[in-house]
Design a protein around this ligand. Structure first.
Ligand code: HPA
Ligand code: ZN
Length: 329
């Protein structure tokens, strides 16, 4: 009888409640990707910026992407509304309230200074605003944090080094460096020098790799950049030797199924490799990447993957526990 009860499938709302109740960290989240259309319109009005959308609904209907590049064009255009520390604080605070409602107790978000500095926004406004939001989240929501500055890999290493130099006065508020944007033809090895400088300054390294790029880029991220976590890492599924390495060294993958679906990395979520990675002993975590654009926050990602891959409650609990274990709390 007890067994029969245990096997009774949960209703969707029971499963959601279970996943929300799991203490978890979010480790792959671009703050600029949390800009919901409602806040985009509010900040556009505040800063006198003209948007390419007539309404919130119009913005939502533009969010159909054939690949990463198509998404990034739209995503970087929207950052024009972010101009002052107050804007970055509002953005961060809005995200943290959503995260708290999903049972997130720790965050390690990314931000992209190179999408702001060229528009004349000072690093102090960007980092000052983000950390004000994070401190408010810590005080009012109990969410602890570490902050990761990303370099745009489609730009040169010189540009990354100049950005790193601009960040030096703010190192006390930075815990890691990351690498994002267009992966095609922008291998991790291009950023060996700036990563070496960041590591020498005591920061940890992560990098997006194996999202649209090949498994080879994951090897480079580990061996050249010394990344301790790989963001996405989907293409590790093509390379059994790499899967063994990830498992043996406890190098976690910060996976984002709804992003992978929306950017056509794994259009059919039933083919997502997360379950194969779990079975291979790899540390897999669930994250939302750019939730305002990809149709869901972190719990939505757990649930979408659970439905597609028939994951058990144990699998879900394991990924949540792993997210805290591989975090930098
Ligand atoms: N990949 C690369 N760059 C990004 C992403 C992503 O999924 N989201 C925001 N910048
Ligand atoms: Zn990402």
């Amino acid at each position: 009888m007890a067994e029969a009860v245990a096997r009774t499938p949960s209703t969707p709302s029971e499963l959601r409640e279970f996943v929300v109740g799991l203490p978890k960290a979010e480790l792959h989240l671009h703050l600029e990707g949390t800009l919901e259309p409602e806040l985009m319109f509010e900040l556009a009005a505040r800063n006198g910026v003209e948007l390419p959308y007539a309404s919130v609904a119009d913005a939502h209907s533009a969010y159909e992407f054939e690949d990463l590049g198509a998404f990034l064009d739209l995503y970087y255009a929207a950052t024009a509304v972010l101009q002052t520390a107050a804007d970055f604080e509002d953005l961060t605070w809005a995200y943290l309230q959503r995260a708290a409602a999903d049972g997130v107790i720790h965050v390690e978000p990314f931000f992209d200074p190179q999408s702001h500095l060229p528009r004349g926004v000072a690093m102090a406004e960007v980092i000052g605003g983000i950390t004000a939001g994070l401190r408010r989240g810590e005080a009012e929501l109990g969410i602890s944090w570490r902050l990761i500055m990303c370099f745009l890999r489609n730009l040169s290493e010189e540009d990354a080094l100049a950005t790193w130099a601009e960040a030096e006065p703010f190192l006390a508020d930075l815990h890691g460096v990351g690498l994002d944007s267009n992966e095609h033809d922008n291998p991790p090895v291009k950023f060996a020098k700036v990563y070496a400088e960041a590591r020498a300054a005591g920061l940890k390294a992560v990098a997006h790799a194996g999202e649209e790029g090949p498994a080879e880029y994951i090897w480079q991220a580990i061996d050249v950049l010394r990344a301790v976590r790989i963001d996405h890492g989907v293409r590790a599924m093509d390379d059994p030797e790499l899967m063994e390495r990830l498992a043996a060294e406890g190098i976690a993958l910060t996976m984002c199924p709804l992003s992978n679906q929306r950017l056509q990395v794994t259009p059919d979520l039933r083919e997502h490799p997360a379950k194969r990675f779990l079975e291979a002993g790899i540390a897999v975590t669930m994250n939302s990447d750019d939730p305002a654009y990809f149709g869901g926050y972190v719990v939505d990602n757990y649930l979408a993957l659970a439905a597609a891959l028939d994951l058990s409650r144990e699998d879900l609990a394991k990924m949540a526990a792993t997210s805290l274990a591989v975090s930098w709390r």
